[in-house]
Design a protein around this ligand. Structure first.
Ligand SMILES: [Zn+2]
Length: 302
């Protein structure tokens, strides 16, 4: 696949040094959720008052007349709000998820972190995935590859051959994921309900600029009507001529293989219901593969 260049991420010892206690995590969260200064999460007012209790503030603008005003802490409105788990433990789980290329299962987190219940680890992992999924998006441009793949199925030893899906439908236990990747750029991937032409076209129009220099797909008929709106060329798999110059889908196929290795190797099985969140997690890691401060980017989304 494309870039396998190793980026320098915070190692575990570096992480331990940067975040020795809950307060250092809270200070970090203040800095990253309010880079322009602390403001009221309810009304946006910046004239807030610091309370005696650390990392707690008060806003009187949105609670006029009251003697106490609106009081808030650093975690209000974040995924860490009202959690019995300390912020440092949350940060530790996030760091663990980000440094693991194939992902890390809730079972692993449960065992490594010594939580009282598996349920806690499971809940935390899912909240973090929700945070990673919420990203600002810009349409892809340049050379873009679009492809679809099938993930799931109860027989985990089965070969991942997307051509087994049959015509016009898919096996009941498999989910379809469609993705677009800008070469040397970002990937967008979504779980889709069906493989209808309209579904493929809606995805491409939502995420891919018509100003691309090339839109490369496989020969699936669902992409056929995108010409001439897009400079579209299909890879001729059947001609055993997979790569004709720039017309290939190797980059997106590389992304699929990372997801599949994760789903098979780490998570073993992912339910249809939660697949979009796993896809979002892999998308986030891929899109931040050259970001030396991926941890900060993740915290900003929490
Ligand atoms: Zn307020």
């Amino acid at each position: 696949m494309g870039t396998s260049k190793r980026i320098h991420q915070m190692t575990v010892p570096q992480w331990e040094k940067a975040f020795p206690d809950d307060d250092s995590c809270k200070a970090y969260l203040v800095k990253h959720r309010w880079p322009e200064g602390i403001h009221c999460p309810r009304c946006g007012n910046t004239e807030i008052y610091e309370l005696a209790r650390a990392f707690h503030w008060q806003c009187t603008a949105c609670a006029p007349g009251g003697s106490t005003g609106y009081r808030f802490s650093v975690t209000v409105g974040t995924i860490f709000e009202n959690s019995n788990v300390g912020l440092r433990m949350w940060f530790r789980v996030i760091h663990r998820m980000l440094v693991s290329k194939k992902g890390v299962s809730a079972h692993q987190i449960y065992r490594e972190m010594g939580f009282g219940s598996y349920r806690t680890a499971w809940y935390m992992c899912h909240r973090i995935r929700v945070a990673l999924a919420d990203e600002n998006f810009r349409k892809l441009i340049g050379i873009v590859e679009v492809d679809e793949t099938y993930i799931g199925g109860h027989n985990k030893n089965r070969h991942w051959n997307k051509k087994t899906a049959g015509v016009g439908g898919l096996e009941a236990d498999k989910s379809v994921v469609i993705g677009a990747v800008q070469r040397k750029g970002n990937v967008v991937a979504r779980v889709i309900e069906n493989t209808k032409t309209e579904t493929f076209e809606d995805f491409v129009r939502e995420f891919v600029s018509t100003d691309v220099s090339l839109l490369a797909t496989d020969e699936h008929s669902g992409y056929r009507r995108l010409s001439p709106e897009y400079p579209h060329h299909a890879v001729r798999h059947q001609a055993k001529n997979y790569v004709v110059g720039a017309i290939h889908t190797n980059t997106i196929e590389g992304f699929w293989s990372i997801i599949k290795r994760g789903v098979v190797g780490t998570f073993h099985k992912v339910s249809r219901k939660y697949l979009p969140l796993y896809v979002a997690e892999f998308q986030f890691r891929y899109n931040n593969r050259e970001n030396p401060d991926i941890f900060a980017s993740a915290i900003e989304g929490c």
